[in-house]
Design a binder for this molecule. Structure first.
Ligand SMILES: N[C@@H](CCC(=O)N[C@@H](CS)C(=O)NCC(=O)O)C(=O)O
Length: 218
């Protein structure tokens, strides 16, 4: 059995990032599914809270090491398994990659996380339409500035011609945007880069619909 275990959920974009990173590095791992919706969400169970009191996936276990936070997990994987580096060694590129990845993972994604959407509908009486508007708004704000930054940064991929942490964050975010019917028309560079990336086997194998716990009809 693999010593790497990923606690995640097929539709979790943060877990999707880690799956892509593990696949790019060709690391074998086992997956433990934490259903984020069933019965109010298994992330709130005592068993999962013991793993991560934040009640959020992903969590990666590597022998004695247990980590949450997808960007930190990927940082750890880069240090521990440097066969493929997702954060470039070159200083200038490294900080550009980190900043762009955070534009997605820190500035866009948390506003649209499940618990935020649940708070809007369950505690602030937001309708489904309002929830969707909220969701789309924050993706549109984030993608508009990202598109401008990629205009100078991109090559085949987000930063030049090598796959980096930015690409690992972008594809799950675009998956979410499309799920919530955000028009991708204003973002031709994001679209073009994403189209190339999703054909890469590491990205394809990490796609939500290809996970063992995927429920394709929901
Ligand atoms: N910053 C964290 C975000 C983790 C996160 O938001 N996970 C979501 C799924 S993408 C989750 O577990 N949500 C459960 C909930 O909102 O109750 C990371 O990058 O790992």
């Amino acid at each position: 059995m693999s010593k790497l275990t990923l606690y995640g959920y097929w539709r979790s974009s943060a877990a999707y990032r880690v799956r892509i990173a593990l696949n790019l590095k060709q690391l074998a791992y086992q997956q433990k599914s934490v259903h984020l919706v069933k019965g109010g969400g298994e992330q709130h169970s005592a068993d999962f809270q013991a793993l991560n009191p934040s009640e959020l996936v992903p969590v990666l276990v590597d022998g004695d090491v247990r980590l949450n936070q997808s960007l930190t997990i990927i940082d750890y994987l880069d240090e521990q398994y440097p066969n493929v580096l997702l954060t470039p060694v070159d200083k200038e590129r490294r900080y550009l990659v980190k900043a762009l990845a955070q534009d997605i993972a820190v500035d866009i994604h948390p506003l649209n996380n499940l618990r935020v959407l649940q708070f809007l509908t369950q505690h602030l009486d937001a309708s489904d339409a309002v929830k969707k508007e909220w969701y789309r708004h924050w993706i549109e704000v984030g993608f508009a500035s990202l598109e401008k930054k990629l205009a100078t940064a991109h090559g085949l991929y987000c930063v030049g011609d090598e796959i980096s942490l930015v690409d690992v964050c972008l594809v799950p975010q675009v998956y979410n945007a499309e799920r919530f019917e955000v028009s991708m028309e204003p973002y031709p560079i994001i679209q073009k880069v994403t189209r190339s990336l999703i054909q890469h086997p590491a990205f394809e194998q990490a796609a939500p619909e290809n996970q063992p716990d995927a429920v394709v009809s929901t």
